[in-house]
Ligand binder design. Structure first.
Ligand code: TAP
Length: 468
């Protein structure tokens, strides 16, 4: 009876997980998606807890309390720190899978060795290798993104790195095969911890050659490893919900990684083995000699007023300045004058997928005015003013023209093709990729130096003051 109820609960939870992902597709239903995911998790925990075989209630209460103690502060991190927060969540997921797999092996070994069939052992070994490497890999990724002092930010490379990694992985697989074939041999329980140690080490080695710029893609890949380890755990402990939820997690992580690779024009292998970010930051040719033209807020406001088509290109700087609400006010001022205003959204603007969409939605900007890069680019030559708000790499024409640039080949929003460009940033410092941007030196570009929130606020004041 209880089995039937728990299986039904798992079915409902699986369906809710699938709907949750589906609802995440658009901002209009994303909130519903989050609630569905929370409900699915609560149902899954509830029906599992109600199983008669679950008897250690105090431990479960303690575990839930520990989860809250960590989870609540984690939910309060600023939006700009969400990538590293996500990496930490994957680390916890990996740790959970690894620990469950370890416990399961030793438990079965002492209580029911006959249960350690070849099938279950393959699942267990896959679970612990993926789980533990996700744990250390995700911790490294979070450390890099948070710029923790003792985690090297730049890619760490050494000769024959990939060969050494492959050899290490080969040895781990050989040991894993031996334990899988002879799980009850006297040496197997002693070899098991060696496999764990190798997986932990492998997680670190996998991440150190990868530069900060590729970290979000790597986090999506680690997401899919965590999902796959949950699938393996589902097979190992015979839990169908874990198999479904893990498969959803694994495949969505992989799809996201592929989308991000495309947006940056990088191949998967290039991300994993390319040591991107190692390229020394280079100045654009003769950049030192080139001159920025600054504009005053008054001047920019006048030009904006005369425009009939304005495209706002937000980037990481808008997130840092939290300028989205001021941007909304500017949008309102321009719309009032009958000006067409669109937002050009680059898929990797900011520091996480959908970063700009989230911020602009927070400021209630109609998402019908958010236009994706591929759609807006053909219109750029007709745009009177491209207003760049704290974006840098995603509008850098070097991606199109300079083969030596580390961002060469990355598709960009072609702000340089607009009739005029205003670019808001605080200084002459480069963006994430550490390179200069030719756009700022162009004949048609005028810089509005300052914090994005302040500059846009001043622009709004000018426009509001000028309209009676
Ligand atoms: P970036 O190239 O990082 O440039 C952001 C610019 O904003 C900087 O040049 C900075 O110049 C300016 N800025 C910072 N704080 C500001 C403030 N308070 N007010 C005004 N300006 C401010 O940003 P992007 O164009 O959005 O490109 C994103 C980059 O991050 C790409 O290279 C992408 O590959 C990478 N990346 C993306 C993701 C995802 S998934 N979105 C994840 C990780 C990395 P100042 O310092 O002079 O102000």
């Amino acid at each position: 009876m209880m089995y039937g109820i728990s299986q039904f609960g798992y079915l409902v939870a699986s369906a809710l997980f699938i709907f949750a992902l589906h609802w995440m597709n658009t901002p209009a239903t994303a909130r519903k998606g989050v609630y569905a995911g929370v409900a699915a998790t609560a149902i899954a925990i509830g029906v599992t807890w109600a199983e008669p075989s679950v008897v250690h209630h105090v431990w479960i209460v303690l575990a839930i309390a520990a989860g809250f103690a960590v989870g609540v502060p984690l939910s309060r991190v600023p939006l700009t720190a969400v990538p590293q927060r996500t990496a930490l969540s994957h680390a916890f997921g990996g740790a959970a899978a690894g620990l469950v797999g370890t416990a399961e092996y030793y438990l079965q070994l002492s209580e029911a060795p006959a249960h350690l069939t070849a099938f279950r052992m393959v699942a267990l070994i896959a679970e612990i290798i993926l789980g533990y490497l996700t744990l250390t890999g995700s911790l490294m990724a979070a450390g890099k993104l948070q710029e923790v002092k003792w985690v090297p930010q730049r890619p760490v490379t050494y000769p024959m790195q990939n060969v050494i990694n492959l050899l290490l992985f080969g040895v781990t697989l050989a040991l894993a095969t031996a334990v899988t074939m002879h799980p009850t041999a006297a040496w197997a329980p002693l070899t098991f911890p060696i496999i764990i140690a190798m997986a932990l080490l492998f997680g670190v080695l996998l991440i150190i050659p990868i530069g900060g710029a590729d970290m979000p893609t790597v986090i999506a890949i680690l997401n899919s490893y965590a999902g796959l380890s949950a699938v393996a755990m589902g097979f190992a402990i015979d839990n169908k919900l874990l198999i479904t939820a893990g498969a959803l997690d694994g495949s969505s992580g992989l799809i996201l990684a592929i989308i991000m690779c495309k947006a940056m024009n990088r191949s998967f292998t290039n991300v994993l083995f390319g040591a991107f970010g190692q390229v020394k930051p280079v100045k654009a040719d003769g950049a030192e000699a080139k001159i920025y033209k600054s504009e005053t807020v008054e001047g920019a406001a006048q030009v904006l007023e005369q425009a009939s088509f304005v495209v706002i290109i937000p980037g990481y700087g808008m997130a840092v300045a939290q300028a989205q609400h001021k941007v909304r006010e500017l949008y309102d001022q321009l719309k009032k004058r009958g000006i067409t205003v669109k937002f050009a959204i680059h898929p990797v603007a900011g520091r996480m997928p959908g970063h700009m969409n989230v911020l602009l939605a927070e400021a209630d900007i109609p998402y019908t005015d958010l236009v994706e890069m591929d759609e807006i680019n053909p219109d750029m030559p007709q745009v009177d003013v491209a207003l760049v708000v704290g974006a840098n790499d995603v509008v850098n024409p070097a991606a199109r023209t300079d083969k030596s640039s580390p961002i060469y080949g990355m598709p960009i929003i072609e702000a340089d093709k607009a009739r005029s460009v205003f670019a808001i940033k605080r200084s002459k410092n480069p963006g994430f990729a550490g390179i200069d941007n030719e756009l700022y030196f162009s004949d048609r570009t005028w810089m509005l130096f300052g914090d994005a929130k302040n500059v846009i606020g001043e622009l709004v004041k000018q426009l509001a003051g000028g309209m009676h």
